[in-house]
Design a protein around this ligand. Structure first.
Ligand code: NAP
Length: 349
């Protein structure tokens, strides 16, 4: 590709916004041209508007960039949104109406009938929905909730091969999932908080759309019962999920592990820059996966799974771990944009 595609980032000063800036620093196809945030940040140099929290150094080019307000007058037609959900709905729609292709991390549009909720390895075919949106050259595409992404990636091969009936999931979610500065240290250190507002509802509902079937421009939701309990724990990055599944057809532990290990999707076939070589990495060791050790497996884009064993209530149980701001947010969104580029969706008629 000769010229890189310009991208704008909305909500560039937050946890996910910073991760976008870090991950896009050397991207072969995309280049950040504009960054935007709230009126409190607009007009400032980026380095003065944000508390840079990434492990890599902030580049001088981005640090000196002036933060814009989130108005649809940006040059870049491709927009990555990491806006707070209290404002994302209206702002993203305004951008789409003005011809921008917006890929959003917020919850606001995930259940609109004509908005795809995409995990590129799982339901790339759902992107077709953008063709029935009424935004002219603009569009809205959504990235799922960070815990949903790890869960749905693990469930997809099980659902395809064995048929899923019921899922029970208990999450242990990282602090960075609550944005910056997030939860006060006095509340989270030495503690587990057994409530994350709205999270259980998202995890119980989003996989049904993602694993659903697209037919006649409509998604028929998967017929699976999911129950979720969500906890915030004292881990910086990486959500862990303890999962129990009931399957329609009975298979062995060996079959399941093989199916996970063989699982690949469109990003792997298309060799997209952000695609992990394997979306699922299965650990045989009983003490794995662990967020501290495995959140960066395959650039933070792979889901780590371990401890698959029989369950006395359901059929099987296992543990999932995935990086919430990479696979679960910025990295997942970049992968959607790469998929859209590779499939010709960025040149919407
Ligand atoms: P965050 O750290 O709180 O950042 C929120 C961003 O929104 C900031 O850039 C903020 O700009 C901007 N903003 C707030 N009010 C605004 C307004 N009125 N107008 C324009 N911009 C405004 O949150 P986050 O964790 O990055 O999450 C961003 C979105 O991604 C949320 O919808 C969240 O649910 C979703 N998400 C987060 C994660 C995660 O792991 N953190 C994972 C998946 C999805 P200022 O700095 O100028 O206030």
């Amino acid at each position: 590709m000769k010229e890189k595609i310009s991208v704008g980032i909305l909500g560039a000063t937050g946890s996910v916004g910073q991760k976008f800036i870090e991950l896009l620093s050397n991207h072969p196809w995309f280049e950040i041209s504009e960054i935007a945030a709230s009126d409190k940040s607009a007009g400032k140099k980026y380095k003065n508007a944000t508390t840079w929290n990434m492990a890599s150094l902030l580049s001088e080019r981005i640090g000196e960039m002036i933060v814009k307000s989130c108005a649809p007058n940006l040059q870049s037609k491709l927009i990555f949104s990491a806006l707070d959900s209290s404002v994302a709905g209206e702002i993203e729609e305004e951008f789409a109406r003005n011809g921008y292709i917006v890929i959003s991390n917020s919850k606001n549009h995930r259940f609109a009938q004509d908005v795809p909720l995409i995990i590129p390895e799982v339901n790339s075919d759902h992107l077709e929905l953008v063709k029935i949106q009424n935004f002219g050259k603009g569009a809205i595409i959504t990235n799922p909730n960070c815990s949903t992404i790890g869960l749905a990636l693990a469930l997809k091969p099980l659902h395809n091969n064995f048929g899923l009936e019921q899922v029970n999931v208990v999450t242990m979610q990282a602090i960075s999932g609550a944005g910056y500065p997030g939860i006060p240290s006095m509340d989270i250190q030495d503690n587990v908080i057994p409530f994350i507002s709205g999270e259980e509802e998202k995890i119980e509902k989003e996989p049904l759309k993602i694993l659903g079937k697209l037919s006649n421009n409509e998604i028929k939701f998967a017929d699976i019962k999911i129950s979720a309990q969500c906890n915030r724990v004292s881990v910086i990055d990486g959500h862990t999920e303890c999962v129990q599944v009931k399957l329609k057809n009975k298979f062995t532990k060996k079959d399941i592990i093989e199916i996970w290990k063989d699982f690949k999707g469109e990003p792997q076939k298309l060799k997209l820059p952000f695609a992990p070589s394997n979306p699922i990495y299965y650990f045989e060791e009983d003490r794995f996966p662990q967020p501290k050790l495995h959140r960066n497996v395959d650039k933070g884009m792979a889901v780590s799974i371990g401890r698959l064993r029989e369950c006395s209530l359901f059929d099987f149980k296992f543990v999932i771990m995935s990086h919430n701001t990479i696979r679960g947010a910025a990295g997942g969104t970049i992968l959607i944009a790469e998929l859209m580029k590779a499939k010709g969706y960025l040149e919407k008629d």
